[in-house]
Each structure stands twice: as structure tokens, then as C-alpha cells.
Write a protein that binds this ligand. Structure first.
Ligand code: BG6
Ligand code: MG
Length: 219
């Protein structure tokens, strides 16, 4: 049996959380309230629509469906202009090294992201070719912590969920991986990601030996 590797995008491959934050903060400020970095933690791994719902709850603002949709578009336009200039330099440390090692072993690799902008971002940072399968916010009905995004990815890779490894930076994403019956690996703070099977601060901390065990699915 081969191990399938599934990567989240935002916060795992690239640090786009800061751009999402700036775009949401701009909208919050326009609506007359503050939006902090701490509050932004709640937005990680969460769909665009759900993020706006939370933002409006924070600001205690009610909106019609049309207004809600206009804000969704506005936030995304601001986000897109912030990521316009993104390039390879924004790939997080050692991500490329890990992808190259996996490729060398002919390992099936998928992206499993909540973002509807996943494909253009992978293009910008020139990583599209590493992924055999891309499942993103345009393909799923149910958001993380629902396992849907990862289950679709496993299916498309042709790997049983129990033989898949997921790299995630968000609590909702770790829950989704666990709910899918996959081996969850947190990238970030081990206190925040305590539900993950393993946690590393970043890919620099994952050594060759551990990766080889994952490839053989005997960690
Ligand atoms: C997730 C991010 O990957 O994608 C969330 O962690 C974001 O913060 C979500 O809200 C949706 O992204 P997008 O690009 O479709 O607005
Ligand atoms: Mg993420």
C-alpha cells in the first residue's frame, strides 16, 4: 500500500493568513470596528462565507443577503490584490524539500484546501506540478471540520483514507483529518493543535527518517 499525502494550503504551504487578515481587517475598519490578529485565528481553515458571518458577529452587524454577498466579493477582491505579486519566495521553509522528497519516492500528493483561490496561488508560487490532485473550496459542500475535502482527495488519489497523511495548520483542519480517519500532522503550535497525532513548528523540524516512515506508513 502507498501512503497518500494531503497538504492544506494556507498556513502550511504559504503564509497567506496575513493577507486574509489584512483584507478582513480592512472590511471591519470600514464597518467601524477593530479586528485583531487573535480573532484572525478563528478564521484559519474556515470558509470565506463562515468567516464573514463570524466577522459580522464580532462587529454586531446585521446584513441583508445582497449586502452580505457584496462584502464577500469586496473582501475577496482586496485579498486578490494583496496576493497579486506573490511568488516562490513566499513558500514556507522546507516545503519544497518535502515535496521533492515525496516526488522522488513517487508518492501520491494532493492539496486539500478550503480556499477557492487555491489553484491560482499554487500557480503563482510555481508548485502546481507537484500535485496529482487538487481539491479546494470550489469542490466541496461541507467545510472543515467535516472530512469531505480530505475524503474526496483520498478517493481521487486512489488511496484508502487510513493510508493518508494530512498536514494542517488549523484546528478545524486537524479535526477534519481525524474525522476522515487519516493520520493528522499539525504544522504550528502544539498547544493549539493538540488534537493532531504529531505536531511540528514547521517543515524544517520534520526529519528525513520520520518522512521515510510516513512514506512506508509505519510512523
Ligand atoms: C482557508 C483559510 O484555507 O481558506 C481561511 O485558512 C480562508 O482563512 C479559506 O477563509 C477560504 O479562502 P478563500 O480564498 O476561498 O477566501
Ligand atoms: Mg490552513
Amino acid at each position: 500500500n502507498r501512503t497518500g499525502f494531503i497538504f492544506d494550503l494556507d498556513g502550511v504551504i504559504v503564509d497567506t493568513a496575513k493577507y486574509h487578515y489584512l483584507a478582513w481587517r480592512k472590511l471591519a475598519n470600514e464597518l467601524g470596528f477593530e479586528f485583531t490578529q487573535e480573532q484572525n485565528e478563528l478564521f484559519k481553515g474556515v470558509s470565506r462565507k463562515r468567516c464573514l458571518e463570524i466577522l459580522l458577529e464580532i462587529g454586531n452587524i446585521k446584513a441583508s443577503q445582497e449586502q452580505f454577498n457584496r462584502w464577500l466579493v469586496e473582501k475577496n477582491e482586496d485579498y486578490l490584490s494583496l496576493i497579486e505579486e506573490m511568488d516562490e519566495s513566499e513558500i514556507l521553509p522546507d516545503v519544497l524539500k518535502v515535496l521533492q522528497l515525496l516526488k522522488k519516492h513517487n508518492t501520491p500528493i494532493a492539496l486539500g484546501s478550503a480556499s477557492k483561490n487555491a489553484r491560482p496561488i499554487l500557480e503563482k508560487v510555481n508548485l502546481l506540478d507537484y500535485f496529482d490532485v487538487i481539491v479546494d473550496g470550489t469542490h466541496v459542500a461541507k467545510a472543515k471540520p467535516d472530512p469531505e475535502v480530505f475524503l474526496i482527495a483520498a478517493k481521487q488519489l486512489g488511496v484508502p483514507p487510513k493510508d493518508c497523511v494530512v498536514f494542517e495548520d488549523a484546528v478545524a483542519g486537524i479535526k477534519a483529518a481525524n474525522n476522515a480517519g487519516m493520520l493528522s500532522i499539525g504544522i504550528g503550535n502544539d498547544k493549539v493543535l493538540s488534537e493532531a497525532k504529531y505536531v511540528f513548528a514547521n517543515f524544517t523540524e520534520i526529519d528525513h527518517k520520520f518522512l521515510n516512515k510516513l512514506i512506508a506508513l509505519t510512523p
